[in-house]
Ligand binder design. Sequence first.
Ligand SMILES: [Zn+2]
Length: 467
Amino acid sequence: MALLSFYGAVEGVTGSCYLLETGSTRLLLDCGLYQGGREAEAANKQAFPFDMQSLDAVVLSHAHLDHSGRLPLLVAQGYSGPIYMTSPTCDLILVLLKDAASLQQRDAEWENKHRRRAGEPEQQPLFTLEDVEQTMDCCLGAVYGKRFPVADNVDIRFLEAGHILGSAIVELYVREDGREKKLVFSGDLGNSQAALLRDPSRVSEADVVLLESTYGDREHRSMDATLEEFETIVAGASKSGGNVLIPSFAVGRTQEIIFRLGELYQKGLLRQQAVFLDSPMAIAVTEIYHRYQDVFNLEDRALIQGQHKHRSLHNLLPNLYYAVSTEDSMALNRLEKGAIIIAGSGMCNGGRIRHHFRHNLWRKEAHVVFVGYQAIGTPGRALVDGAKTFRVGGEDIAVRAQIHTVGGFSAHAGQSQLVEWLRGFTDPRPRLLLVHGEDEAKRALQQAVAREGWDADIPTLGQTIEF
Ligand SMILES: [Zn+2]
């Protein structure tokens, strides 16, 4: 008998963490950060609800921090065993965890300045760059499609999840009492309409399936309609003459937008003189995407290569420029028109996009295009909701630029795509557990799969099931 316990991404979408136990083996699946506000910060600081010293291995589905972000904490607290993931994930988490550590160190220094003055005890950052380096020593990159042992009686296999570069569906084969049981963890499943990556792999057999349900209650707009809208905005912006600012997330969305702008360029539909990628992290990630193009879908790979010897998104979009240094970025402030600037952060609560806002938001010919989800309470959301001013470095900037929201670029499968993926399983149907979703999304997906004749369970935090 094997036991599976739910320690995160149960009430919501962050903090992904599951523990698999057999008679002789203990294995952790994901070790994600809780994200969003003070409550999440407190949850991240809590002790792990299991004994980490006796873990045999950790398996990571993909690089996003809500799946990987507490790994340095695990290592800092004494875990020194292997952490398995795909090779691209290994490259990506180095960038993401280092960035997270720097932010946490900076936040802690800022907070401690006040605390010292108030005579309060100092606060430690959640983890440091040294913790990240130690974590990377434990990381082992694997290829897709190959089954290999991670413990005495457990093998795993990574399959394409199509969500971000390196993202994987994890198959776990557990042998006990002369029998083999199979647990399939969907990880985050990608949107099959998105560019670059392959569609999520179909799986046909399992005893237990853990399925994400981020968009369990929603369908995405069609990609054709989304691209048409995007093209219209970019063309309109070229006519009005202002710059186009695209706040973007470093992993996945940025590369998709570059690819889509490249498609427009190749069709002669991109009139802007230059596209600037103004984010050191997004540049580093784009270069990792370049390194692993063998996992892209064939069609997009061919398009990117074209007649060139090497495959690079620059082939598709020759007027793409990287702004690496702060000086490069500041030079862009002098551009008054004709440029597209992609900069982080995605929800505008930090990063270089804020400086571009200072120089462009007050111009009525400028355009801001949101291509990703804006959480409630973020500066990005305020702009989407029609804020009249935007505060940057103590200065209120009038919002006269045109603000657009293009909703169809999603890295997650919508409801019908999730259901379609489940249809890949043959009889006897596996036991289905819905995780990684808000309550409403999970309930809606539960009803959708019930219409297919499946009973899905929704586990609660701390619950353990046997299989
Ligand atoms: Zn993800």
